[in-house]
Design a protein around this ligand. Sequence first.
Ligand code: THU
Length: 136
Amino acid sequence: MMDVDATCLEAAARAVRENAHAPYSRFRVGAAIRAASGRIYAGCNVENASYPEGTCAEAGAIAAMVAAGDTEIAEVLVIADAPGPVAPCGGCRQRLSEFAGPDVPVTLANLRGDTRTVSMAELLPGAFVKSDLPRD
Ligand code: THU
C-alpha cells in the first residue's frame, strides 16, 4: 500500500509514460519527482535513431525540475511495464543523487501495481558526490 504522496507520483509517472518515445526498445518508462517545494515534475524516456543519444525518464524529470527552478528532490517514483518493480539504470541513480539526499525514498513500480520503495542510499551506496571533488 503506497502513501498519498507516492500515489500522486504514480499517477504522474503513469501518465507521462504514455508519451515516451521508445520505438527502438519498445520499453516505455515514466518518472515523477516531488521536489522539496511540493511541485511535481514528470519525464519519460526519449529514444533516438542514433541509439546512444536517447535519454532516460529520470533525466527528463530532473531536467524539468531544474528548468523550473527546483533543485531538491523529496521523493521519486519510476514506472515501466516490467515483470517486477523497475530498476533505475546506474546513470540515473547517479543523476538522482545529485539532487536527492541518502534518505530520499525512491519507489520502483510496474504497471500491474508491484512496488518497492528504497532509499537513495540503498539505490546508490557509496555515491560519488560534490564533496568528493577537490575544492579550489
Ligand atoms: N530507461 C529509462 O528511461 N530509465 C531507466 O532507469 C532504465 C532505462 C529507458 C532507456 C531506454 O529508452 C529504455 O528504457 C530501454 O533501456
